[in-house]
Design a protein around this ligand. Structure first.
Ligand code: SAH
Length: 272
């Protein structure tokens, strides 16, 4: 598990190599209408309709899964995907489409930041999705998510990871504080981090807009500081997301006061 920068073979290349050219028998005989379309290079009205239909259905599925993840606990989310792991791919196809509308991807900002740090830093990517961080940096990255379709991703509820205490230099939550019990993920990051280690959180801006029912970013930062972190920087410069940078305090907080965690409203995407 230590070095997850193994080179991947492109499955496409392999299958292409093994592909036989279709025999004449296997080749489809074009109908008069498809032949006409091929000439004019235009998709038929019916294929247009089915494409739109498919996009609409998968958009609907994405929004349903997204709402589920924002309104249940991590444990429930783990069971949800265990019942049908194909929902995870559906979710990420929709997520990719949503993200393509954003002028900047938060994960890319985090990758840029990581590239400026020591390559020896051990990184834990909480809620890694398609594990873009592990694929983009030289560091050892432990990628954690509810489902693992990739041998380098560890499937778990990130409230309970198999990572050792004080084993990571950087913990990342990139748009992944989804569960209603999000504070337990941050407690787990605290356990996993070395003293002085970094906690980076990128979250959707609207979740931190008190004018529209979002949490007060001050209260959120205060709660994390009380957990045992120093707030280093907050970056509001991006249109769609906020980035919080914390470091783990060298010493645990003395007072055992109950932390007041603001609730983070779900980020529900509109039908386009
Ligand atoms: N960080 C990635 C993916 C963001 S989507 C990126 O920026 O590209 C949010 C991800 O968090 C999803 O893949 C979802 O499955 C994961 N996630 C949400 N709750 C989780 C939990 N309790 N444990 C592990 N992963 C979780």
């Amino acid at each position: 598990m230590n070095n997850n920068k193994r080179k991947r073979h492109s499955r496409n290349d392999v299958s292409k190599k093994n592909q036989k050219p279709p025999s004449n028998k296997e080749q489809e005989i074009p109908s008069a209408s498809t032949a006409k379309r091929a000439k004019s290079n235009e998709p038929s009205k019916s294929s247009n309709f089915f494409e739109k239909m498919r996009a609409r259905l998968s958009g609907g599925h994405f929004r349903m899964i997204n709402e589920k993840l924002y309104t249940c606990t991590g444990k429930e989310a783990l069971n949800y995907f265990r019942e049908d792991s194909s929902l995870f791919n559906l979710y990420h196809a929709g997520y990719r489409t949503q993200m393509s509308n954003w002028p900047e991807q938060p994960v890319n900002v985090i990758i840029k930041w990581l590239k400026k740090q020591s390559p020896s830093f051990v990184v834990a990517d909480f809620g890694c999705g398609e594990a873009f961080i592990a694929k983009s940096v030289k560091n050892t990255v432990f990628s954690l998510d509810l489902v693992s379709n990739d041998p380098d991703v560890i499937a778990c509820d990130m409230a309970n990871t198999p990572l050792g205490s004080s084993s990571a230099d950087v913990t990342v939550f990139c748009l992944s504080l989804m569960g209603t019990n999000y504070q337990t993920y941050l407690e787990e990051a605290y356990r996993v981090l070395k003293p002085g280690g970094w906690l980076l959180i990128a979250e959707v801006k609207s979740r931190f807009d008190p004018n529209t029912g979002g949490a007060d970013p001050e209260k959120f930062s205060k709660a994390i500081s009380e957990l045992g972190f120093n707030s280093v920087k907050r970056d509001f410069s991006n249109k769609m997301f906020i980035l919080f940078y914390f470091t783990k305090k060298e010493k645990k907080n003395a007072k055992k006061k109950e932390i007041e965690w603001p609730s983070l409203k779900p980020c529900l995407y509109k039908r386009r």
